[in-house]
Design a protein around this ligand. Sequence first.
Ligand code: FE
Length: 192
Amino acid sequence: MESSNGFRNFTQMKNLVFLILMTLFLQQCVQKKIDLTKQPTQQITMEDNTHTNNPYYSRTDRTKLNVSNEEWKKILSPEVYAIAREANTEYPFTGKYNEFDEVGEYYCAVCGNHLFRSSSKFASTCGWPSFFEADKEGVIYKRDQSHGMERIEVLCKRCESHLGHVFNDGPPPTGTRYCMNSVSLDFQRDKK
Ligand code: FE
């Protein structure tokens, strides 16, 4: 009789342990599910596509803009304004698109004009996102002799914001290296 009770207690205990383990396992699953649903939100912030307070931003209108810096200062974040409108440079190896190889399109962070396709991006060691080819309708060039250097500045064709510089030490097929500031760019991932 005693051994039968013992056996029953053992079985009950085993069931209890099984139940606890199952509960823990299910909690883990729910936790994982929550984490997965959080992931897209993080990716959206990476794309930074919120331009609700910028009336000039458009990914389709290529009409040239004539907006004063006084006006841009009211619209853009201090970081975007300093780089795109005052031609500052972000610190190397700090930009969000430096080590970034998602497939999609790059637009001007100031006005939304199309600038680059991800297929022209290459792994440069210079510390800034680099492309071997730009959208011909997206960019214009300007001689830049600042800081005691002779360089070619790259600007957005639509809003004339500073994007970076272009050099002739890029990879094939063009041999060109568009060295860009991540801050001046907006990325849109291809829809699957
Ligand atoms: Fe622009």
